[in-house]
Design a protein around this ligand. Structure first.
Ligand SMILES: C[S@@+](CC[C@H](N)C(=O)[O-])C[C@H]1O[C@@H](n2cnc3c(N)ncnc32)[C@H](O)[C@@H]1O
Length: 449
């Protein structure tokens, strides 16, 4: 992290982008860090967020334009200078309220002060930005000529082409375009009301009184969609009346449907969102055992449970792919919210689109191993739920169908919820442009014998 305290929205955005490039920081974590140090008013904080997310969300397109205006190959441009140029081009080409002279001058100043740049590099940055500004102003930006719709969507919405082609095979071109578009749209902060402490109406009134704009999710009344401020910094969050959780994630807990007194095993539980939702549904009665392979992540679950006032959650350090003999046949509900490619939450973490496709190709094998192992913990008559925050069929339906074929003692269970209607085969893939949730997959199964 950069030590200096940022003073302007552009410095906050630039420092966040530098941390992403240099330390592989997540956009939301870096932005939160520098915003908290900068102490900007809400308008400037909103501009800093827009500049950071907008630059990452449009990186492929911005690099395409940059190649047009730069005499130097992108690989030869130092990372901080490249980050500044992308942010400058974002303002010049894709934002409409920033005067061009301000975008050019402020970006050149960032390159000069923070880009480790000599005079030549500063002059180069100035020339690139001026050329782009002129082209944007006189309507002579290069046209996005692409051989087919998939490569056009990949460029226009800055998604890797392999991903767009895979989505297009699964969902068709029209829906793929909507998914890519939704991935770059502003996502509200979604909070779930802790109904053990207050009603949705009370929580909404409290958040609105604190200055947020609040809209209950149309199909999930305990979910409140908030904008205009940081819900996680308010007393309603700190004192456990609400917790940050998307409707899709809350739906997985609702589908698992544990009852007061149930024995629940959440096998990949950190940071704990679904454990909390299930423990609340159980009204503090029964037990939720929340496992993860990382000790430091278990601490976050314990802190969250304390904040929300949930005494029935305990944590266990446990690899979900390795059998714990004493847990066999012990749980009424087992939730496998497995590690996945995360491609359903690009709208919240825009850099997820840049994951290495070779690295995520091996995930279905790990997911299948976790599901097969944790299924052994389900009691006869008990429930098994498999979920991911990705929309790739190979990590979702394919894993579940193979499991059901190999384990005939389990069957898919039909369920219904206003978010997605009746699911006769027990499965749903939620999509941001269709369900107004994160992209997510949930499958519910039942152990017969
Ligand atoms: C999708 S996240 C879980 C999110 C969580 N269920 C929630 O709602 O907040 C997946 C979690 O699985 C954990 N994990 C990865 N491999 C694991 C394994 N073999 N056994 C147990 N946990 C694992 C990761 O550390 C991560 O915290």
């Amino acid at each position: 992290m950069i030590d200096k305290r940022p003073k302007t929205p552009r410095e906050v955005a630039a420092f966040s982008l530098f941390s992403m490039a240099e330390e592989a920081a997540w956009s939301d974590g870096a932005l939160h860090h520098y915003l908290s140090r900068a102490g900007l008013d809400s308008r400037d904080a909103a501009l800093a967020s827009r500049l950071t997310y907008g630059t990452v969300q449009n990186q492929i397109l911005l690099d395409w334009y940059l190649r047009h205006f730069s005499s130097v190959r992108l690989k030869k441009i130092a990372p901080r200078v490249l980050a500044c140029l992308r942010m400058g081009l974002y303002q010049l080409i894709l934002m409409d309220k920033i005067p061009a002279h301000a975008a050019v001058a402020e970006t050149v100043a960032l390159v000069k002060h923070y880009g480790h740049a000599n005079d030549r590099t500063v002059a180069f940055a100035n020339a690139v930005l001026r050329n782009a500004a002129n082209a944007a102003q006189n309507g002579s930006l290069p046209r996005l000529n692409c051989p087919d719709k998939e490569s056009y969507y990949a460029l226009q919405y800055s998604h890797p082409e392999w991903l767009v082609r895979l989505l297009s095979e699964q969902y068709g071109q029209k829906l793929t375009q909507k998914i890519c578009q939704a991935d770059n749209a502003d996502a509200p902060i979604s909070v779930r009301v802790n109904t053990m402490k207050c009603t949705p109406a009370e929580a909404q009134a409290e958040l609105e009184a604190a200055g947020l704009t609040v809209q209950p999710h149309e199909a999930f009344p305990e979910i409140l969609l908030c904008s205009g401020g940081d819900a996680a910094a308010l007393p309603a969050f700190i004192e456990g009346r609400v917790t940050v959780q998307d409707a899709a994630s809350a739906l997985a807990a609702a589908v698992a449907d544990p009852k007061p007194g149930s024995t629940v095993l959440d096998c990949c539980a950190a940071p704990g969102g679904k454990s909390f939702a299930m423990a609340e549904k159980m009204q503090g009665k029964g037990s939720v055992t929340s496992c993860d392979i990382y000790e430091h992540k278990l601490k976050r679950i314990r802190e969250g449970a304390a904040r929300l006032g949930l005494p029935n959650i305990r944590t266990e350090l446990q690899d979900a792919s390795v059998c714990r003999e004493e847990w066999k046949d012990s749980a009424d509900v087992v939730l496998c919210d497995v590690p996945c490619s995360g491609l359903g939450i690009i709208r919240k973490k825009p850099e997820i689109r840049f994951k290495n496709p070779d690295e995520i190709r091996t995930l279905p094998e790990i997911q299948a191993r976790i599901l097969a192992n944790c299924a052994q913990y389900v009691k006869k008559g008990g429930t098994l739920v498999y979920s991911t925050c990705t929309i790739l069929q190979r990590e979702n339906e394919d894993v579940v169908r193979a499991f059901l074929t190999e384990n005939p003692e389990f069957e898919a269970v039909s369920w219904t919820h206003p978010v997605c209607g009746e699911r006769a085969d027990g499965m749903v893939t939620l999509l941001p442009p269709v369900h107004n949730t994160d992209g997510f997959f949930i499958a519910k199964m039942h152990r017969k014998v």
